[in-house]
Design a binder for this molecule. Structure first.
Ligand code: CA
Ligand code: CA
Ligand code: CA
Ligand code: CA
Ligand code: ZN
Length: 389
């Protein structure tokens, strides 16, 4: 093949891909690597770094100060701010609207978990206040909203989101997003945080290892470790070098403590904590197969989310989590058990860090739909809920 032509074709292809990507996904980054010896072009998705996200948030909060605020709820071991984004009308007031809490990156190496939240923030602030627009220029306005379905049967899914819907959600919900619970882990691309451990209980004089699994550090029913050490895999959770090390005591880590301190100041109705991977969704309890009094409500919300993202809602807990023996110290159990928040975990994607831009953009869009649904559902949920508190 003529090199000049193939390079030219490649340039056209590259430019049109970038144009399409930037038209639909204005800030999400697509970078590309080119193999020097041939035509193969590998498009590698570029995930946000902590610094890029921080800069983006400062810019968005400045430009949309009527509906978006940015505050630090704590600092990590390495001194990074744990950012809380709030999106709502009258954003600097604590209004009589129920909150929705969206969490990402308890585990730093699960990049889609923060990426979809950054996308959602952009989607909300950039569409708020816009008149209804025919985004795909087909002559119809908002004929295909974000719900996972090709509503107008044109072969494209969710290509004309509703601007009205964004405004309604922002005006009636307080949306709280902690996009990177564990930013040190994100920067180091590792599961745990980076704080030094001094033996499993903190009694050693020397550093024995680094990092705690933040999603094992929440303080809910820790005593069960000691009653059923084998059922709760105490050995795996107590060895400080283990990927699932729970920490020397409940809320010993800045990250989990910051989430706790923040949550205790707010009335939050529903939460979703994003992880990757598995395309599966969970709800409490995580520590036992016993059902919560809100089982039917969890199933109702979960099945509606599943219609949007097509993920499997995991209900058959009795087979995987025995009566005594599951996972202790997760955010989900603490959020529900102590605060009465209907808390979900969503494991995104079919691999931990997809690099195909189409795959990432698709998961971002779908979960903008999931998050919109969760916000809308929060408006009517309180009277249906069993009161745990
Ligand atoms: Ca539209
Ligand atoms: Ca349209
Ligand atoms: Ca369509
Ligand atoms: Ca649709
Ligand atoms: Zn995870």
């Amino acid at each position: 093949m003529n090199d000049a032509i193939s390079i030219r074709n490649w340039m056209i292809y590259l430019v049109s891909c970038l144009f399409l990507a930037s038209a639909v996904f204005p800030i999400i980054g697509v970078s590309q690597t080119v193999s020097l010896n041939g035509d193969t072009v590998d498009y590698q998705y570029h995930y946000f770094t902590y610094q890029e996200m921080t800069d983006l948030f400062h810019g968005l909060a400045d430009n949309h100060s009527d509906i978006m605020s940015l505050t630090s709820i704590g600092k990590t071991y390495e001194g990074r701010d744990i950012w809380l984004v709030k999106i709502s009308d009258n954003v600097y007031e604590n209004e009589d609207e129920l909150g929705v809490l969206l969490l990402g990156a308890h585990h730093g190496n699960e990049k889609p978990s923060f990426e979809i939240l950054i996308y959602f923030i952009q989607h909300m602030v950039e569409n708020y206040g816009k008149v209804n627009t025919d985004d795909d220029e087909d002559g119809l306005v908002n004929e295909d909203p974000i719900d996972g379905f090709d509503n107008d049967d044109d072969g494209l899914v969710d290509e004309d989101p509703s601007e009205d819907r964004v405004r309604e959600v922002v005006d009636n919900t307080q949306i709280f997003l902690i996009t990177m619970v564990n930013p040190d882990g994100v920067e180091a691309n590792t599961r745990k945080n980076l704080a030094p451990n001094y033996g499993p209980f903190g009694f050693s004089e020397e550093i024995t290892s680094y990092g705690v699994n933040i999603n094992r550090n929440y303080g809910y029913k820790w005593y069960l470790y000691y009653i059923f050490p084998r059922s709760y895999y105490l050995l795996f959770n107590i060895i400080d070098s283990s990927p699932n090390y729970r920490g020397e005591r409940p809320f010993s880590e800045n990250e989990s403590k910051s989430v706790k301190n923040f949550v205790e100041t707010q009335d939050i109705s529903i939460s979703v904590s994003y992880h990757s991977y598995g395309e599966v969704m969970f709800y409490p309890w995580m520590y036992t197969s016993r059902r919560t009094p809100d089982e039917n409500l969890f199933i109702s919300i979960g099945e509606n989310m599943s219609k949007i993202n097509n993920y499997y809602l995991y209900k058959g807990r009795q087979y995987i989590i025995p009566r005594y023996g599951g996972t202790l110290g997760t955010s989900e159990d603490w959020l529900y058990g102590k605060r009465g928040i209907l808390s979900f975990t969503i494991e995104l994607c079919s691999k931990r860090v997809p690099t195909d831009p189409d795959v990432v953009q698709n998961v971002c869009l779908k979960h903008a739909g999931v998050n919109l649904y969760v916000c809308e559902r929060s408006w009517t949920i309180e009277k249906e809920k069993f009161q745990v508190k």
